[in-house]
Design a protein around this ligand. Sequence first.
Ligand code: PMP
Length: 334
Amino acid sequence: MPVIPNSLALIGNTPLVRLAGPSAETGCEILAKCEFMNPGGSVKDRAALYIVEDAEANGTLKPGGVIVEGTAGNTGIGLALVANAKGYRTIIVMPETQSREKMDTLRALGAELVLVPAAPYSNPGHFVHTSRRIAGETENALWADQFDNTANRMAHIHTTAPEIWAQTAGRVDGFICAAGTGGTIAGVGMALKERREDIVIGLADPHGASLYEYYRSGELKAEGSSVAEGIGQGRITGNLEGAPIDTQFRISDAEGLAQVHRLLMEEGLCLGLSSGINVAGAMALARQMGPGHTIVTILCDSGFRYLSSLYNPAWLAEKGLAVPPSLAAAGASR
Ligand code: PMP
């Protein structure tokens, strides 16, 4: 393996792993991009790097500048790392409902953390609007604007999709993932469609999000709720505009969690809930397409980011979610 020239070049080029259990169960090859292996621990490092380098190139981010963003946490972590490596400061606005581990990580990375109450997008106090306002009031600031800034999906058009194409030698029949900003699904979807017109692009939508109904019937309508962090969108963001979505599945937290815990116990992969929802989605797409197909999805971030929640029996019980046998056994005193 050659020497990597600098820390930012560690972003991307993640391995594609075959998931044995989901593949055996569906008769398809279920393959997953290990985005938790990025230096900041999530798929959002790619978008962070592209947003910062795009702003440098177009002159909106200047030396000594400060990067401001509203985020469920992972984009903030990616931005803080990229900013540190390039000599910028970061101000990160995050809803206080997100995981404790992501907040601690942001503080440890030197970001200025602003926590706001969880609020609907229509509320001016929503984390996205708060970050826009802080950027407007801060000298020499860039508002990263990951939801509507299409430098986000360019990262996936230029890196994630070509990697998937090369790693599968072009033998990929379907791609599916959930959407937060929509950068991943739109970018990967567009770039894979360009290489193979009849590839099937699927959306795995959590409860509480509006995109399942939008792609099914044209109406933005949500149903239920989800504890998944970083996914679940209620509008067509700039990044989602023109996303070539062929089929959609609504995936419950229980279905996602079942995959999170089976991947941990059967394959030794410790993942966050959006990864579980993606794998459940990949299995649903596999069943729809039939055996013999190759389907790629995304393992967005690590479970170590959610030890206090997804892997905590008391938290699961409080949220009305089943405690998996492995955790119940680990919690028992000796
Ligand atoms: N999973 C997690 C854990 C995330 O933080 C995000 C980013 N918000 C996503 C999935 C969704 O990625 P995207 O923003 O590209 O839709």
